[in-house]
Design a protein around this ligand. Structure first.
Ligand code: ADP
Ligand code: ASP
Ligand code: MG
Length: 438
């Protein structure tokens, strides 16, 4: 029988009622053999994610504060789920152990990972599935990077021993056995790792929206669902802020060519979005596939006469950033000017120092930095075949009275990136959406 790997996000696992929905979905198709879960998310507006509560517990314990009250809130949430599901399990021992570990400074990542660990234990018991601790099958290298091949070997061998299992997302182990997590939202990556290791026919990612939407639903009202999207388009959009799937979740399934299906736990009847390797069999009527964007960038603008004919000018500028471990996002340039777009958070506290460094290394005529820049990516595999896409983007932006500060188009014509002022961000996203979608 073929296998489907399912991953349920935090909002899909927030309380007992959601657990029942999740179990119904899993039981509806017996190919759904391996299940990856997040920690319980928000149950209502203003509620707390368990992961955030664990982070807070760790910080308090580190500061020598008492965590009893906060920890008992976490305990209540798990107990409530277990009790409402009538599960004959007691988490008291596990929770005591975790609390002691926090007082003993077992690590920030350890603390955060317990959210998924406990949730996976409860779901495994509820479904009657085995529990596989991700600590025993997901591995990181000493430098903190993910060890993909070793993980795949161990995870594949481990899955063969379990016909059906629940695996906590988000974390794994360092070579010395301590817990390490992926970045926030990282359970999506675990789901992808398990799908590859299980040689699954499909990786289903269940969340609280009916698929990948053409724009962020918090900015555009009721955006259209994208029916099919390629791995590459999705990576562009995820990287640029479409947070529905972690941007690194693509890699494990891409190696194995496994499609991802984004689905809605509250509306299982909706088909959701298919994320596929190759688009040739999935033609699209739309010129653009989606729009995403992020705030928080700084443009370092550099001018020097005859810059274009000065051999090595760009290298000198980028060398200054490299020496300080700063990566850049975009590099639009003219004959006598270039701009380097960098995340403002990477420059925090050292901007002057970097500008001085560039002055010393590259001796520009002028240099300045402009923060408060937002980037918007307009992404579409069909753009390469259709004329006038950029013109349409700029018409929409101009009509919305938004000033464009930077333009960049990837050489593969998969995306157009524009830089604007942060205060214009939402307005610009809405204007571009309206121009392309009616
Ligand atoms: P989960 O808890 O299931 O992992 P996330 O909160 O990580 O869910 O991701 C789902 C959320 O992503 C949606 O509720 C939505 O607010 C947000 N989102 C942002 N951009 C998009 C987009 N383009 N399409 C769908 N959802 C998006
Ligand atoms: N629980 C983790 C987080 O909140 C991981 C995840 O949900 O994917 O980031
Ligand atoms: Mg998520």
């Amino acid at each position: 029988m073929n296998t489907i790997v399912t991953k349920f996000g935090g909002t899909s696992m927030a309380d007992a009622e959601k657990f029942r929905k999740v179990a119904e979905i899993i039981k509806a198709d017996e190919r759904r053999k391996y299940v990856v879960v997040s920690a319980p998310g928000k149950r209502f507006k203003g509620d707390f994610k368990i992961t955030d509560m664990f982070y807070l517990c760790y910080e308090k314990a580190e500061a020598g504060e008492n965590i009893d009250a906060l920890f008992s809130e976490i305990t209540c949430r798990y107990n409530e789920i277990a009790e409402e599901l009538d599960l004959p399990i007691s988490l008291t021992y596990e929770l005591e152990r975790i609390k002691n570990a926090m007082y003993n400074m077992t690590g920030r990542d350890y603390a955060a990972s317990r959210g998924e660990y406990l949730n996976a234990m409860i779901l495994a018991r509820y479904l009657g599935y085995d529990f596989i601790d991700a600590r025993e099958a997901v591995f990181f290298n000493n430098d903190g990077t993910f060890n993909a091949e070793y993980t795949n070997d161990v995870m594949s061998a481990r899955l063969k021993k379990h016909e059906r299992a629940v695996i906590p997302g988000f974390y794994g182990a360092m070579p010395n056995g301590t817990i390490r997590t992926f970045s926030r939202g990282g359970s999506d990556i675990t789901g992808s790792i398990v799908a590859r290791a299980a040689n699954a026919e499909l990786y289903e990612n269940w969340t609280d929206v009916s698929g990948f939407l053409m724009a962020d639903p918090r900015i555009v009202d009721d955006p259209k669902v994208i029916e099919t999207i390629t791995y590459r388009e999705l990576r562009e959009l995820s990287y640029m802020g479409a947070t529905v799937l972690h941007e690194d979740a693509i890699f494990p399934v891409q190696i194995a060519g496994i499609p991802i299906n984004i689905r809605n736990t509250d509306r299982p009847q909706d088909r959701g979005t298919m994320i596929v390797a190759d688009s040739t069999e999935y033609d699209t009527k739309n010129v653009i596939t989606g729009i995403a964007g992020k705030k928080g960038f700084t443009a370092i603008n550099i001018a020097k006469d005859m810059m274009n004919s000065e051999v090595g000018f760009g290298r000198k500028v980028l060398g200054v950033l490299e020496k300080r471990g700063i990566s850049f996002e975009h590099l639009p340039s003219g004959i006598d000017t270039m701009s380097v777009i960098v995340k403002s958070s990477e420059l925090a506290g050292r901007l002057e120092y970097i500008l001085n460094g560039i002055c010393q290394e590259a001796a520009p005529d002028s240099i300045n930095a402009e923060d408060g820049i937002a980037l918007i990516a307009v992404v579409g595999r069909a753009m390469v075949k259709s004329k006038g896409t950029a013109a349409k983007v700029f018409k929409a932006i101009a009509e919305a009275d938004v000033n464009v500060k930077m333009i960049d188009q990837g050489s593969d014509e998969l995306n157009i990136i524009i830089g604007i002022e942060e205060s214009d961000f939402e307005k610009a996203v809405r204007a571009i959406y309206k121009e392309f979608v009616n």
